[in-house]
Write a protein that binds this ligand. Structure first.
Ligand SMILES: [Fe+2]
Length: 190
């Protein structure tokens, strides 16, 4: 299953930052899945890896209609490619609930909403260090930076903090996410 998903990433994503972001969200979702729904860890990982698959095809930062389609378009692609299932599709569509109105329902839907922004946030923290390495980042720096609203101002803190609705304290989420990203630091180049 993963081999095919990696081929889809290679086929549809060109932007270096989106490719790295996809692998980072995969790693965090896999770790969250192991904790929250161990029997479905593969689906959690695939939802993470593929959630932004349409992002090089849509100008969703500047175009309201295309931003509404973000997620919906990915599911269209996956169906055409005969990949995935409804459980994965729903999480991918609902990760963009803020724009497309498709509600987050399952625990996985809610988890990806928090996992998506924390990867960029942790990356931004790593880049502050002289060596720009994830190995230099401490859990404490993540929790501290959460309160500095000027730091990585675009990172959606409410979304990241919503992990607590699933019974995971934020500091634990920060640790799990940091360790998951450190585990693929070569892929992330950090
Ligand atoms: Fe994303």
């Amino acid at each position: 299953m993963r081999d095919q998903a990696v081929k889809l990433v290679d086929k549809y994503l060109q932007s270096e930052h989106l490719i790295k972001h996809s692998y980072a969200v995969e790693a965090v979702m896999k770790a969250l899945g192991e904790k929250l729904e161990p029997q479905k860890t593969d689906e959690w990982a695939m939802a993470g890896l593929l959630h932004d698959l349409d992002s090089d095809l849509l100008d969703y930062k500047n175009n309201a209609e295309e931003s509404r389609l973000h997620g919906i378009k990915t599911v269209e692609i996956l169906k055409n490619e005969n990949f995935g299932n409804e459980y994965i599709y729903q999480a991918i569509k609902a990760h963009n609930e803020d724009e497309n109105g498709i509600k987050r329902e399952s625990v996985m839907d809610k988890a990806i909403y928090a996992a998506d922004p924390i990867t960029g946030f942790i990356t931004a923290i790593a880049l502050v260090y002289p060596d720009k390495k994830l190995a230099s980042v401490k859990v404490k720096s993540v929790t501290k930076r959460m309160k500095e609203m000027k730091f990585a101002a675009g990172a959606n803190r409410d979304a990241m903090r919503s992990i607590e609705d699933l019974g995971i304290p934020f500091a634990e989420f920060a640790k799990l996410s940091l360790e998951a990203m450190q585990g693929i630091s070569d892929t992330l180049g950090l």
